[in-house]
Design a protein around this ligand. Structure first.
Ligand code: GLY
Length: 497
């Protein structure tokens, strides 16, 4: 059978690998903007082909698909969903694993996602305000002297999100200026996007451990995968600018410390509550649009003191690096799962994963994520054999391979290394070994986060989860879950808002 994959990052390399491990003898074809050497090799090995081109151009993708006549197309990243690639393909009778434009709205417009949550009174909804311009936001920022999260109201590859803590009254003026500056930066940067009405989103600031819950869905049912915890900050200790993800951990459904451990970041109850939230989100977007959701959906969540499981954002696709945690331990044949999605009989599939801990660590060129211009164009040497000898799996990410030359960095993450073990700490140590075998030939620096998956980081996350849990379970017992309470002198405890 023939499968066409759209996308060229490490996530797509993992999807490509899993598809080609199918019992169904897959010929893999791929369209990517940069030539990922790992995906190219899989295409060649299976008798398929890699095409370079604009993955967000529906006409181009549809023409390529027409010439290949694939049994189905698998869309990896979000932008092709936002550009209607799955719609165009399905209009031509080519089945597609990928969210159509209308249902991908839950990722593309963060404002629409919050509107939907409030309209359907879903648990895990946060207070928010949406703005079309900077000027519209000014009176609100002036008046609302609280900690807030400022976000571009459209998915923009994780760029631009900033949380501003505003606790000290004597710093309120300075904090307000900071909020104005960042709101302006977001609105300026959002000028590049004319496909959403709202440009800026201000949300209440929440805290707690974050995690991603990825699921397959055929629109009728949702099949959840193990929860994964991504590490968005560029530098160790959760410092530095937010990146697309510097690495991620998973073990069991609920982020256990080890396969045989009782200790975990989430309880099973919290995991199930998170699944229910994603199910409700799928149900709501389908009702709203009348469109079926076929593909992968993910809740990028946080265990907050306000709600317990809370949606921070939605993805209309696998996360990257989160896909690399789950796909290599998927026991099912991915082609069978895709066919069940297309035929809307996913309820007949028993989705199973190996009971292993997985840790992914990304290698990034200096300059990423804020100066991608500097991070781009450096020749990469990866000793693939040495990495494989360690028992580490590697997934090429943003690199561009040209015949007869070393691949060059594309400005984002270079490669992702996957350690699989019986505990997160063991898998982390294993992945760590790979970094001795990658370098940039022009001596430009590569950085990564050593702290991902260490016991110290895990213990910190578990403590944070306990704190959030103590508060939200107390609120639940008192019947005030999801409510924000303030103390007004002379009046007592009141519900804010
Ligand atoms: N890991 C974050 C993302 O996939 O957007």
């Amino acid at each position: 059978m023939k499968v066409l994959l759209v996308g060229n990052a490490a996530r797509e390399h993992a999807i490509a690998e899993t598809l080609t491990l199918s019992q169904r003898s897959v010929r893999l074809f791929c369209i990517g903007e940069l030539a990922n050497p790992g995906i190219i090799r899989l295409c060649q090995k299976t008798g398929g082909e890699f095409f370079r081109g604009d993955i967000n151009d529906p006409e181009f993708v549809a023409k390529k698909a027409d010439s290949i006549s694939p049994d189905f197309v698998f869309v990896g990243p979000e932008e092709p969903n936002f550009h209607g690639i799955p719609d165009t393909l399905e209009d031509r009778g080519i089945p597609c694993i990928g969210a159509k434009r209308a249902v991908a709205e839950i990722e593309m417009s963060k404002a629409s996602m919050r509107d939907l949550q409030w309209e359907y009174r879903m648990p895990g909804r946060l207070w928010y305000k949406k703005f079309r311009s900077f000027e519209e936001a000014v009176p609100y920022i002036k008046e609302y002297a609280e900690s807030i999260a400022l976000k571009p109201a459209r998915q923009a590859g994780g760029k631009g999100v900033k949380v501003i803590e505003d606790f000290q009254v004597y710093l309120q003026e300075e904090k307000r200026e900071l909020k104005f500056d960042h709101a302006k930066t977001i609105v300026d940067f959002m000028r590049a996007y004319d496909d959403v009405e709202y440009k800026l989103l201000i949300e209440e600031r929440v805290w707690g451990p974050e995690y991603t819950l990825q699921c397959f869905t055929d629109g009728r049912c949702v099949k959840p995968m193990p929860a994964v915890q991504d590490n968005k900050h560029s530098f160790e200790g959760d410092l530095g600018p937010e990146s697309g993800g510097m690495g991620s951990i998973a073990c069991g459904p609920n982020l256990k410390v080890a396969v045989d451990s009782e200790e975990s970041i989430l309880t099973m109850e919290e995991y199930r509550a998170s699944v229910e939230i994603v199910e409700r989100m799928i149900d709501a977007i389908q009702r709203k649009t009348g469109e079926r959701y076929h593909g992968v959906v993910a809740g990028q969540m946080m265990l907050t003191s306000v709600w317990g499981p809370t949606i921070i954002e939605m993805y209309s696709r696998f996360g990257d690096p989160e896909a690399v945690n789950v796909l290599p331990i998927l026991k099912n044949d991915l082609v069978d799962v895709c066919e069940a999605i297309i035929d809307e009989r996913l309820n007949t599939v028993k989705l199973e994963f190996e009971d292993r801990a997985t840790v992914v660590k990304a290698a990034a060129p200096e300059g990423y994520p804020e100066r991608r211009d500097l991070a781009k164009g450096h020749p990469v040497f990866l000793d693939e054999e040495a990495v494989s000898r360690l028992g580490v799996r590697y997934y090429w990410a943003s690199v561009d391979a040209r015949p007869g030359e070393p691949p060059r960095t594309g400005g984002s993450r270079i490669a992702e290394f996957l350690g699989i073990g019986s505990s997160i700490a063991e898998a982390s140590d294993l992945a760590e070994g790979a970094f001795a075998h990658i370098e940039l030939k022009d001596a430009w620096r590569i950085f990564h986060r050593k702290d991902i998956g260490t016991m110290k980081t895990l213990e910190r996350r578990i403590r944070l989860a306990r704190l959030a849990r103590d508060i939200y379970t107390y609120k639940a017992r008192k019947g005030v879950l999801g409510k924000r309470l303030i103390w007004i002198p002379g009046k007592g405890l009141m519900e804010a808002g």
